[in-house]
Design a protein around this ligand. Structure first.
Ligand SMILES: Cc1ncc(COP(=O)(O)O)c(C=O)c1O
Length: 364
């Protein structure tokens, strides 16, 4: 088994945090110590059960409406994706993956020896998964349908009716559905439910990294049927002896205040969506599908603008970073963070406007 490089993460490691106007991240601006308002007692250093902190598993189980035995704590959603795929896939089995996609969702199944086929999400269709295309592509060979909700990179939600139908299609073919839902808690309207609420063959992956602005804790989780959690525990024995106790206890203290923190996330993202929406309306040739929450949005560029060239120019000339859609297999688009300070977004967009003017200037 080999590890090929994950181009998007290499790019992120190289450039994120290297500029003043970083609009490339998918997490909310980090919580300050004051906002966290935690006492030293919140930090537990005792060794935890290898499936995770019992209190954290209980709290997450209540949030997801399942029993604690179905929750497994991981080192970020990153490890959750790896473990969920490793526990459900054998070499040569088939995975259906949304495209554009978050690259690890493509690399991990390939690394496990699975065969990856894609189902396109198109801008013209509001970035939604086309259920008819899914019906055509899915077969008895399909073992896993792999997707994100909210979708990374476009930020759009898959609505509950669609999740239900999509889950039924997968179940009829004997496939499981694994959904990375790292930003789903930041939905503006109620009704968006985690995948596990749509059936026993569904698996949810979550994290405190994005919406809660706590990617430094490296805490994520998988919520799955008990048989899958048992398999995950066996696989984890190869990888780690469990997850940091202080991080888990901090995640528990933070999630106990989830409602207040989610108000914060929604406020930040709603304000930024207004700013970005106004900018797009004024900018001829640009377009988007407005997200209903989450932490990122995708902007369509005017024709003939290369997103990688634009991103490089913005970084070098204006100290501003946006992710070229190319890292999600999407040409002519960029991904922009909705989790930053409003003023930073405003300035970054001003720079983006100047960069677009530069690329669109008439040739002499
Ligand atoms: C869809 C998706 N899943 C998982 C992750 C990884 O999250 P974590 O920081 O919790 O490992 C990301 C990070 O960008 C993501 O966008």
């Amino acid at each position: 088994m080999i590890f090929t490089k994950i181009n998007y993460l290499e790019w992120a490691r190289r450039y994120m945090g290297s500029v003043r106007y970083d609009l490339a991240r998918s997490n909310l601006k980090p919580l300050t110590r004051d906002e966290l308002d935690l006492s030293g007692d919140a930090v537990d250093v005792r060794r935890m059960d290898s499936l995770g902190h019992p209190g954290l598993r209980k709290l997450l189980a209540a949030r997801y409406g399942v029993s604690p035995e179905r929750v497994f704590i991981t080192n970020g959603a990153t490890m959750g994706i790896y473990l969920a795929c490793a526990a459900t896939l054998l070499a040569a089995e088939e995975v259906l993956l949304e495209a554009p996609n978050y690259e690890p969702l493509y690399r991990v199944p390939l690394h496990l020896g699975a065969e990856v086929k894609t189902i396109e999400r198109r801008f013209e269709h509001g970035w939604q998964i086309d259920l008819e295309a899914l019906e055509r592509r899915v077969s008895r060979r399909t073992k896993v349908l792999l997707m994100t909700n909210f979708h990374n990179p476009s930020g759009v939600a898959t609505n509950p009716d669609k999740m239900l139908t999509l889950g039924q299609i997968a179940r009829d073919h004997g496939a499981r559905v694994i959904v990375s839902e790292v930003s789903l808690d930041n939905a503006f309207s109620p009704g968006h439910k985690p995948a596990v609420r749509y059936g026993d063959h569904m698996i949810s992956i979550g994290s405190v990294s994005k919406v809660y602005g706590l990617d430094g804790l490296r805490i994520g989780w998988v919520v799955a049927p008990e048989s899958i959690v048992e398999r995950i525990a066996q696989i984890q024995d190869y990888i780690s002896g469990g997850i940091s106790a202080p991080s888990q206890s901090l995640a528990l203290a933070v999630l106990a205040k989830a409602d207040t923190l989610l108000d914060r996330s929604r406020r930040i993202v709603q304000e930024n969506l207004k700013i970005l929406g106004e900018w797009i309306r004024r900018r001829e040739g640009c377009g988007w599908v407005e997200p209903e929450g989450g932490t990122v949005a995708v902007v369509r560029l005017p024709p003939k603008i290369d997103a990688v060239d634009l991103s490089n120019y913005l970084r070098e000339k204006h100290g501003t970073l946006v992710v070229p859609g190319d890292y999600f297999w999407l040409r002519g688009f960029i991904r922009i963070s909705l989790g930053v300070e409003a003023d930073l977004l405003r300035t970054g967009l001003k720079h983006l406007g100047s960069a677009l003017d530069h690329f669109q200037r008439p040739l002499r």
